[in-house]
Design a protein around this ligand. Structure first.
Ligand code: THU
Length: 289
């Protein structure tokens, strides 16, 4: 799973590349609404929480950005990191989650977008005047494109549906709710959730519940499955990986925590050198037989 701090580093790096300056560093801190409100009050005299605050360490002349000021960047060189230090960024995860929900995209996308926005502030961009706002927006678009994030709205959609399915999970024993949304080749989507049992062993995982629903409706070819856990990233267990592999080795597996970021990996990465229907073909058995 690409962690948020890795994403922040990538966001800053991509901003520096788009700006055409050498790689720089910055500090990113994730806080809650309460801390954000304190910060905003203490540093800007505004007594309310906000999504992101950036504190540039370099000042740029009006209308100029980092690419116009190589000497100022040089003066910000931090020998400990071997790069210029552009400043500090604070993000409120409470806000990030709420805004992601509002805009209907993932928490990762929202957090990365704000990290890009803040990094551009650290590079001298602003959005007070119309002209500079347009320049900043164009840079945001370029960097988000370079980062390739949120370019697959289908994954976003499937993950949000898995989060919905999680609400129906029956998990009185583990209190670990899981939801899944399986996308079939023909475009149909099937939901599943974990269904526990007093005998424990009779428990069905969310992924296999979704596969059962799909197969019962005649769908056997899958292109993706999104899996959402309530308490953490819910990577599919070994049995579920095997069951998914029965139908498609090449599907995308989208995994994350409800209200959090998600990662996308091919099933073949989760079940390398697998045993599947192809191995029994000589006996005349196959998945669609
Ligand atoms: N669980 C799933 O639904 N999918 C997985 O792949 C891993 C585990 C569920 C089963 C059980 O209800 C709970 O998580 C704790 O194991």
């Amino acid at each position: 799973m690409k962690r948020l701090d890795t994403w922040f580093a990538c966001a800053l790096e991509a901003c520096c590349a788009a700006e055409g300056v050498r790689p720089c560093m910055a500090f990113f801190a994730v806080v809650d609404d309460e801390r954000m409100r304190e910060l905003n009050r203490e540093t800007r005299g505004v007594d309310s929480a906000t999504d992101v605050l950036s504190y540039p360490a370099v000042s740029y002349p009006p209308g100029k950005t980092a690419r116009d000021c190589p000497r100022r960047l040089g003066a910000a060189y931090d020998p400990e990191f071997g790069k210029p230090n552009l400043g500090d960024v604070f993000l409120s995860m409470d806000r990030v989650r709420r805004q992601a929900m509002e805009y209907g995209h993932s928490v990762t996308r929202e957090a990365v977008f704000l990290a890009v926005h803040a990094s551009l502030h650290l590079l001298g961009y602003d959005h007070m005047e119309e002209e500079e706002r347009a320049k900043m927006r164009a840079m945001e678009d370029i960097v988000m494109e370079r980062l390739g994030i949120g370019r697959n709205p289908m994954d976003e959609h499937l993950f949000l549906r898995a989060c919905e399915a999680l609400e129906n999970a029956y998990a009185p024993y583990s209190q670990y709710k899981v939801g899944a949304c399986l996308l079939c080749e023909d475009g149909r989507e099937f939901l599943g959730c974990n269904i526990e049992n007093a005998s424990y062993g009779a428990t069905i995982c969310a992924e296999r519940a979704a596969v059962s629903a799909a197969v019962a409706q005649g769908a056997r070819r899958f292109t993706a499955i999104a899996i959402a856990g309530e308490k953490g990233d819910s990577w599919p267990c070994g049995i579920c990986r095997q069951v998914l592999n029965e139908f498609s080795v090449e599907m995308r597996v989208i995994v994350g925590q409800k209200g959090g970021a998600f990662d996308v990996v091919p099933l073949s990465e989760l079940l390398p050198r697998s045993f599947g229907p192809g191995d029994l073909e000589q006996q005349g058995e196959s998945q669609n037989g």
